[in-house]
Structures are given as structure tokens and as C-alpha cells.
Design a protein around this ligand. Sequence first.
Ligand SMILES: NC(=O)c1ccc[n+]([C@@H]2O[C@H](COP(=O)([O-])OP(=O)(O)OC[C@H]3O[C@@H](n4cnc5c(N)ncnc54)[C@H](O)[C@@H]3O)[C@@H](O)[C@H]2O)c1
Length: 349
Amino acid sequence: MSRPRIAVVGLGFMGARWGRAIAEHHGAALAVVADLRADVGRSVADDLGAEFVADPLEAASRPDIDGVVVCTPEDGHVDVAVTAIEAGKAVAVEKPLAHTVVDAERIRDAAEANGGLVLAGHVLRFEPRYAAIRRAIEADEIGAVQAVRSERIGLVADQDVLQGRTSVALYYGVHEFDLARWYAGEVAEVWAARSRGVVAAHGHDVEDLYSVGLSFASGAHGTAMIGWSLPPRTPGFGIAGFTVIGERGVLQVAQGTTGFQMVLDEGTVDVDVHYSPQVHGRLRGALGLEVDHFVRCVRGEQEPICTAADGVEAVRIALAMEQAATTRTAVAVGSGADTKRDAARGVSR
Ligand SMILES: NC(=O)c1ccc[n+]([C@@H]2O[C@H](COP(=O)([O-])OP(=O)(O)OC[C@H]3O[C@@H](n4cnc5c(N)ncnc54)[C@H](O)[C@@H]3O)[C@@H](O)[C@H]2O)c1
């Protein structure tokens, strides 16, 4: 394939970045952009030299398109993704795959039924520090993984954009659970406690913070703290990091600092140097590497590093965490199970 033609559907925070990175890419062309907001869509199309298409499903299924990137809000991925898969496109879907396991499985099942290629957009798999953990585990540098510990705690200010439209389990939890599976294998059981009130006091009816316990099928165990209730002026985009302890060593992504500081008269300014920074005029960082990977997938040169099935499991664990906190019991995750078959048999997960 020469330069595959790619469409981006949903042009907010992430879609604009995906679109820019594809437009700048030597191996692909940004052909089409789509958004329900026509003014935004036309402006991005003019800026990036693409065609604006008002109907998202038309953009996802046009015969002159090879790949589709789905960047609509969290509960709006499934119809666009399934339409694109059934039209034979290679598809990247931003995390979380969907708001329910059933919808996430619709994407996975459509890919399996159509021989389709789906990249679940878990960007941390492309962040060099998190990828280095996986590489060391694969190379057996630390022996068998005994335990994992992670934190991802954002700011109350996250709601300036999100306005309560999704849960912290599905927004941040899926990142941590995808990494936990990537490092330690399938999750067998989840238990959790949670608190609320801080974000609610800012007008959004969502939980603040979860403390989570995980046990893995391998016998490994782990914890995670997941939330978005830190004060609006918390520096460095919040708290994040990951520790993996193996039988012969430890791997750790440092917590709490980006390693870069900009201080002006008005105070410290947070600058993204890891995820989608501009480097010599191009969008790079973890998202740049993810876009490189997706382009190679569309060109038939690589298989997705994070599949639709992986995306389903991250959603399954995130929702199990919510259930565990609600019921105050440990919840069996049943990774790899098929929810529709279970529902037909009267089993709930
Ligand atoms: N990987 C990451 O680090 C990361 C970071 C932020 C957001 N995300 C994920 O990316 C996705 C998009 O989030 P965002 O922050 O860009 O949201 P956003 O609200 O900034 O943008 C969403 C865009 O989609 C448009 N839209 C809504 N419904 C649509 C539809 N049916 N068809 C076409 N366009 C539609 C909206 O008009 C808006 O422009 C979410 O799943 C989110 O969780 C990922």
C-alpha cells in the first residue's frame, strides 16, 4: 500500500492530536475528518488539509478510506467503530473501548467476524518508560512478576472538559488495568473501596477515588489508586506511576514529576513532554509512537500491539472494580469470558 488514506472521527482534544500527527506523517494521508460540530470539523479540515464530512458513519465507511480513528466521547465509539470494521477499514479506537462490556465486545466480535484490524488506543503502551517495563519482563530480566502497584490520580479540573460524562473507572482505570494485564497477565479477582464528595462539590456527580486490590491468575497480586479529585492547581497533571516487583528485580516509572519544569513570573506552567509534545515541528511522544504504529498496521506491516480483545478486558476489570466497591465484596473478573453467552445462561459479570 502506498500512503493509506485515514479518517479521524471526533475532533476534540484527542481527535485534533491524532489528526495532526497523521497529517504530518510521511507514511499516511489524513484524507477525511468528521465531527458533529460542523464549525469545528471545517476548521480542523482547513487547518490540516483534509476533507470535512458531516456524517460520522459516512466518514467511517467511505470506499476511498483505508483506516479510521475513533475519537468520539467514551460512550460513542461503538457505532462508528463497528461501521468502519464492517466496511473493511483498519480501526483505532480511543480508550475506553466502550462504556459497557457488551458494547466493547461488539467491537471485538465485529473485528473477529470480519477479519478486521483494531488497535485499542491505550497510549501508555507506547510511552517509552511503560514500554521499557514490558520489554524487561519479556526479556526475563526480573523473573516472575510477584506484584504490581500503580497510581493515576487526576485533577478536579478534568471535569472542565468531561463535565461528568464518564466514570473514573472507565477514564483512568482502563489505563492502569491494561498495563496491569500487560505486565502480570489475566486478572482473576478485584476488590475495591471508594470515596466521593470532592468532585461532587464541584457540581459533577462522579466518584473521587478508588483503592483497588487485584489478584492475577498467575498468583501475582497488586494494588492501584485511581481518581480525579486532586486540587485544580496540583502541578504536573496529577499523580501517576507504576511499580513492578519480580523475583529478581524491580521496575519503576517514577511518580509525580515529568522531569521538566517551566517557571514564569505567574508561577509554574505544566508542559506535556511525554504524551503529545511538539518536537521539531511534529507531534511526537507516546501518541506520536502510537500513530506510527497504527499507520504501520494500516499498511499491513504490523499487528496491533493492543487489540480489541485487550480493550474489552480493560473495560471488564474497570467495571468489576465499580461492582466490588458497590457490593463491598471481591468480584471474580472472568477474563476472556463472553458476556453475551453468559447473559443467555443467566450469568452476570
Ligand atoms: N489516550 C489518552 O491519553 C486520552 C486522553 C484524553 C481523552 N482520551 C479519550 O479520547 C476520547 C475522546 O476524548 P476527548 O477528550 O478528545 O473528547 P472531546 O470532548 O474533547 O472531543 C470529542 C469530540 O467528538 C465529537 N463528537 C461527539 N459525538 C460524535 C459523533 N457521534 N460523531 C462524531 N463526532 C462526535 C464532539 O463534537 C467533540 O468534538 C475519549 O474516549 C477519551 O476517554 C484519551
